[in-house]
Design a protein around this ligand. Structure first.
Ligand code: AHR
Length: 375
């Protein structure tokens, strides 16, 4: 009887294995299913890595050195980039009013210099309209390729389409455009940057723990209409909504700058003195908020818990000084990964439609050791 059961068990196991193999075969033979599966897996991998990094991270992280990719089809009708010894590379920067932007520009310039390419850079100075005309000017100058960091999602999608119409390959770096207007692989080559939704979620997860799941939160948002402001809000707010004792009492833009972060915080503090936590969508606004809190006699880091995003030197120093609790990194060192991706495109390598940077996480356990590695 026992022998018979063993045999029957073996037979059943073989049968189940065959069913599984057939199922796998079906999935891989359907292109749509394969792409979806790859994309889901890689996005999930990015999420895990973002959370897992921390004290064990390398000293200085080049933005693309351990990026995670999202598979997808790059349309062969997109503008091509011929092999050349030297390129004229257009780079449209949105503004230069904070350390993050300066670090991004420095990284792009350094890599262009290292490769011996001409970098034709424009700076929109915080004006979305100017950035649209900056891209038009790069098109008129007939640069070989354009790297664009779009200030706002919707208006810059139009500029992306203009580059495509002019047959100039365009890569989005750092910020994205409205996906209903322009898509990677169809209208521009690919997107290289951080997972902003995940950044917001990670900040929220830390804040929930740090406040024992009970807080009255002020949210300082970045530039209205920009992809980091939209996505960081989504990641944070969607998570916080599921925690009934975590309450967002006010949410307002500080435009990603220290000064506007301070001014916004001054106003909100008067209207909401009951605040116990601040989520600042970047370090500069967090530092501005600290100034406003201290001027009002409040104690950042003690009676008001702060979490932010970026990982600037000044920001991490605030962790060392006990005023900011934690920072989710958003790495601005785009030079190496941008030019490497461009080279791959020249060489006909099949590119993913998204290249997601792996960011670190800073808190009191590693801030002192890592502050010197920050921008
Ligand atoms: O797009 C990235 C964001 O833009 C950074 O968090 C911020 O500091 C910058 O202005």
């Amino acid at each position: 009887m026992f022998k018979f059961n063993l045999r029957l068990g073996g037979l059943l196991a073989v049968l189940m294995l065959s069913v599984l193999l057939v199922a796998c075969g079906d999935a891989t033979s359907t292109p749509a299913a394969t792409t979806a599966a790859v994309a889901t897996t890689t996005v999930a991998a990015a999420a895990t890595t973002t959370q897992a990094v921390g004290a064990a991270s390398p000293a200085v992280v080049d933005s693309g050195s351990n990026a995670v990719t999202v598979a997808g089809q790059i349309n062969s009708a997109l503008p091509k980039l011929a092999k050349k010894d030297k390129y004229r590379v257009g780079f449209a920067q949105s503004e230069s009013d904070n350390p993050w932007r300066l670090a991004q520009t420095a990284s792009m310039k350094a890599e262009a210099t290292r490769l011996g390419y001409d970098l034709v850079m424009t700076d929109a100075g915080g004006s979305t309209a100017k950035e649209v005309s900056d891209v038009e000017s790069l098109i008129a100058q007939k640069v070989d390729v354009i790297f664009l960091t779009p200030r706002e999602e919707k208006p810059l999608a139009i500029a992306v389409l203009k580059a495509k119409a002019a047959n100039i390959p365009l890569f989005l770096i750092d910020r994205n455009v409205d996906q209903t207007q322009a898509k990677p692989g169809r209208d521009y080559i690919t997107y290289i940057g951080s997972d902003f939704v995940k950044e917001g979620q990670t900040a929220g997860e830390w804040l929930i723990k740090a406040t024992s799941d009970k807080a009255k939160i002020i949210e300082l948002e970045g530039t209205t209409g920009s992809s980091p402001a939209n996505d960081r809000k989504k990641g944070f707010d969607d998570l916080i909504k599921t925690h009934p004792n975590m309450q967002i009492i006010a949410s307002q833009s500080g435009n990603f700058t220290r000064n506007e972060g301070r001014q916004t915080m001054e106003t909100l503090l008067q209207a909401h003195p009951e605040v116990t936590a601040i989520y600042a969508q970047n370090d500069e606004m967090a530092i501005g908020a600290i100034a406003a809190l201290e001027a009002a006699g409040r104690k950042p880091g003690k009676d008001i818990i702060i979490v932010s995003i970026d990982g600037s030197k000044d920001g991490i120093q605030e962790i060392v000084d006990g005023k900011i609790g934690a920072i989710v990194e958003c790495n601005p060192r785009f030079g190496p990964v941008s030019f490497d991706t461009m080279q791959k495109y020249v060489n006909g390598v099949q590119l993913p439609v998204q290249i997601i940077n792996v960011d670190r996480f800073f808190d009191s356990s590693n801030a002192k050791d890592l502050v010197s590695t920050a921008f």
